[in-house]
Design a binder for this molecule. Structure first.
Ligand SMILES: Nc1ncnc2c1ncn2[C@@H]1O[C@H](COP(=O)(O)OP(=O)(O)OP(=O)(O)O)[C@@H](O)[C@H]1O
Length: 232
């Protein structure tokens, strides 16, 4: 992190309409011959945030990939404002900003060039650099970044996607405490605009008023979790 304190706000994007709703109903997913997700349901409205928790192998990343439209469930429904996301995967891809465990940066391109590839109309690359404290690294090739710096770059890419649905697989992986603060600001700003956020995590994240879905995993005799819309 640089010595100067980055600006408090994250880049703004278009507001998400208040009536927006993401719904999953009884999702089941096999990986190999193992039923990894068994009847997962959730309902999230504009401004909501959900934390996906559970032990290694419980299916958190699998669920995120299904929610991103990258993998079809073996059964169950997944809708955005009442319409199946699989009716128009391209439209769903436009509304999703997804980061997995891998930061998926092009090693030979600079931080700015990597971000430029993902900058959608209306997004400001300079604001995203500022929000993730990347200005000093903007011209550095991605191959020279540390793990935390790569993660910050991947998060800046999320900001630039201008997407109403953020799906973040362990977003704080490798981040120092200052960068986690920046992540918290970015997530709060996204929700304040009506964005929906779902994040997997093994550690506490700087998020208020979240709901949680705990996937117990195969060795746990409890049924898989169902979120019915009550906040803790
Ligand atoms: N390509 C694959 N083929 C078969 N099984 C797979 C495949 N990829 C993952 N799995 C299995 O699916 C299950 C769920 O994996 P997933 O990555 O969704 O778990 P997770 O909850 O995100 O775990 P972690 O906390 O370790 O990130 C695991 O048992 C894993 O072994």
């Amino acid at each position: 992190m640089s010595q100067s304190e980055p600006r408090a706000s994250a880049p703004s994007g278009p507001p998400t309409p208040t009536g927006t709703v993401l719904e999953a109903d009884s999702l089941c997913v096999f990986r190999g011959d193992r039923l990894v997700l068994d009847g997962v349901s959730l309902t999230l409205h504009a401004g909501d945030a959900m934390l996906l928790t559970g032990p290694n192998g419980a299916g958190k990343s699998t669920l995120l990939r299904v929610l991103a439209g990258l993998r079809k469930p073996d059964s169950g429904q997944l809708t955005w404002n009442g319409q199946s996301i699989f009716d128009d995967r391209a439209a769903h891809a436009e509304r999703v900003a997804y980061i997995g465990h891998q930061d998926a940066l092009k090693p030979g391109l600079s931080v700015s060039e990597n971000l430029h590839l993902f900058t959608r109309p209306g997004a400001d690359l300079s604001d995203a650099l500022e929000a993730m404290d990347l200005r000093a690294l903007a011209d550095l090739p991605a191959r020279l970044l540390s793990a935390g710096q790569k993660r910050r770059t991947a998060l800046a890419r999320v900001l630039l996607a201008q997407a109403p649905l953020w799906l973040l697989d362990e977003p704080s992986l490798g981040l120092d405490s200052a960068a986690i603060t920046l992540l918290g600001r970015a997530m709060a700003a996204h929700r304040a605009r009506g964005g929906i956020l779902i994040a997997t995590t093994h550690v506490p994240l700087p998020l208020d008023n979240t709901c949680a879905l705990d996937l117990p995993g195969a060795t746990d005799p409890r049924p898989f979790g169902t979120f019915e819309g009550d906040y803790a």
